[in-house]
Design a protein around this ligand. Structure first.
Ligand code: CMP
Length: 223
């Protein structure tokens, strides 16, 4: 059963049936309720996690206690690899945003599957490179854009990650809370609410039920 789940984790896609079976026996399942903490930043890390179901946010706490969301990961994504690769403490806190189910590998098993399978190593490096690209993008967003541009950029990223493209080119995506948007860009909930109202007034976004729809003009303006 876990073998099937592992096949859906892209970094393990190239493993043989036999390897997947071994890995399936080594992995353990863990469930976390909404808001459950998988681990805290700065703890010692001894496990690698893959998301079977649910969503996990990766956050760091600013000196003033404010939470900054680095990323929200979902089914097929993995996390917790950094502490195992460089033997440093956890670089961030991982918290379930909704009820989530994870597969977990211990340090020794993770290291042996990575070192025995060059394709897993390559796939891992590819994902880490992509995370670095996104982080670079995030740095430029924070450093170069004013708060209005940051709100726009972050909702465009969320829509592209999670959303579905409509026939007219608009993108609809599940509405995040204003606090979650604020925590991604280091601003306040009130500011996000104000900015979203303004974007709505300009006809660049629409709120439809539980979704936000970004009109095609929105993408042209803020890409
Ligand atoms: P680790 O440092 O062991 O624990 C925190 C985890 O969060 C880290 O491994 C990565 O898996 C993940 N992580 C850290 N920074 C980012 C980021 N910028 N984007 C996505 N995931 C991250």
């Amino acid at each position: 059963m876990d073998q099937e789940l592992l096949r859906n984790v892209p970094i393990f896609a190239e493993l043989t049936e036999a390897d997947l079976e071994v890995l399936g026996r080594l992995a353990t399942r863990r469930r976390y309720p909404k808001d459950g903490v998988v681990f805290f930043e700065n703890e010692e890390g001894s496990s690698f996690f893959m998301i079977v179901d649910g969503r996990i946010k990766v956050t760091i706490l600013g000196d003033d206690g404010r939470e900054i969301i680095l990323s929200v990961l979902s089914g097929g994504d993995f996390f917790g690899e950094m502490a195992l690769l460089d033997n440093e403490p956890r670089s961030a806190t991982a918290i379930a945003v909704e009820d989530s189910e994870l597969l977990c590998l211990n340090r020794a098993d993770f290291q042996s599957v990575v070192s025995a399978n060059p394709r897993v190593m390559q796939a891992l490096i590819k994902v880490l490179t992509n995370r670095l690209r996104k982080a670079n993008h995030q740095i430029s967003t924070l450093a170069l854009l004013d708060v209005y541009g940051r709100v726009a950029r972050v909702i465009l990223e969320m829509a592209r990650e999670d959303g579905r493209r409509l026939k007219d080119g608009a993108i609809a995506f599940r509405r995040a809370t204003h606090q979650e948007i604020a925590n991604r860009i280091g601003t306040t909930r009130e500011t996000v609410t104000r900015m979203l109202k303004d974007l709505q007034r300009q006809g660049l976004i629409a709120v439809e039920g539980r979704e936000i729809v970004l009109r095609p003009d929105f993408e042209k303006s803020f890409d």
